[in-house]
Design a protein around this ligand. Sequence first.
Ligand SMILES: [Ca+2]
Ligand SMILES: [Ca+2]
Ligand SMILES: [Ca+2]
Length: 203
Amino acid sequence: MIKIAVLQTQNQLKPSMLSQFRKQKVARIFEFYDVNENGQIEFDDIIDICNAFANEFEWEPHSFDDDNFRTTFKNLWLQLLKNADQNADNQVSLKEFLDSYEVAIADDASFQIYIQPFFDMIYPILDEHNIGYIKKEYYMRFYKAFRNSEKAAAKAFVAMDLNEDGLLSKQEFYQNFYNFHMSEDRQDRSLVFFGNVELPTLT
Ligand SMILES: [Ca+2]
Ligand SMILES: [Ca+2]
Ligand SMILES: [Ca+2]
């Protein structure tokens, strides 16, 4: 509850601080969440995302991995509702999503609070044996679970492998995740993090 109060206060105090470019990237994240493409993120989308991950990672229903992912992702969803659903209709519109990201990616401290949890949840799935890097096969599964093609996944792996050693280290994955949210660089390799490079047009 305290977090909501703080968020609302910040929203009221701060005019829009995000560049159009960063807003476009936030809209790309919105597209990732809005699986059924009805312009709202709702609980059904979250279930669809969980199903897509279970399918790509071949988790049996109610196995540890499946249950763990669903529980954690539902918690992320509840967090998103609390922080973004201004009209309390249990859906998050693009406008509400953008407003919440004005705060969530305003600076590094906010990034740590609001955005880092997604990374902390996803990384251990991709590096299940905790070896410090992600195998290409696992990265491909992750990327395809975002409704991207095999070809796009392969291309993204190459882009995100910053030192081009054929492995995606935790540091590289994090750097791309961070830059996607925070960088103003239109050439940054992180641009492919959530899908194809074409960014959505904002009206
Ligand atoms: Ca939707
Ligand atoms: Ca709403
Ligand atoms: Ca590498």
